[in-house]
Design a protein around this ligand. Sequence first.
Ligand code: TYD
Length: 211
Amino acid sequence: MVANKKTGFITLEGIDGSGKSSIVGMLASALRKANVSVELTQEPTKTWLGDAVRRGYKEDISPYSEAFLFLADRATHTDWIKKKIADGNLVISDRYSDSTIAYQAALLHQKLGGECAEYLDYLTGVSKQIILEPDLTILFDVDPEISLKRLGNRTELEKFETLENLRLVRQNYLDIAKDNDRICIIDSTASLDTVRASTFEIIGKRLVVPL
Ligand code: TYD
């Protein structure tokens, strides 16, 4: 973490339905109350590059094209994040590089065969030049059977939201976490209140700001 504990870069990760998006708004208000200047962001971004990602996501394109669309969106997003941090903000991103590594490795494995581990290495390597290493990543970990039940309230499930795929994505996330001390895993099977409390505790400690 940089000298001023109230700036830096935090990412939130997890499979679909892991609850991270429910936490992000509460987290931003708590941080603002604690006088931390927060910039909330997400991937895919709300730019034309993010629109291109969402378009690719709906069409039947090569899984490599899809991976590179996510990376293209990220490269410009990283420039934006760096600028916001330089201006003294704490940037929190709902999804970032670990999403591509976990999700696209699963998709490449499913569509093209080969080992997930090889795709994990490949995507980690190709990401190096275009990312900013987060100071902290919170991984909201949940069994896909539970997350899919949560998503069941939605009318339509998206492409990645199958049990088989989310199992692979979850395992990829856990494998990435094994190699990275910046990643804190929160069991998000628990109630939203408990998950919120654990998230606030970890981030509060890291920033030296009681939340
Ligand atoms: P998102 O809008 O975060 O969905 P949700 O709010 O349901 O978490 O992300 C859309 C989907 O895109 C989600 O299934 C995860 C996937 N995704 C990737 O496959 N790779 C990536 O790099 C990112 C950022 C997202």
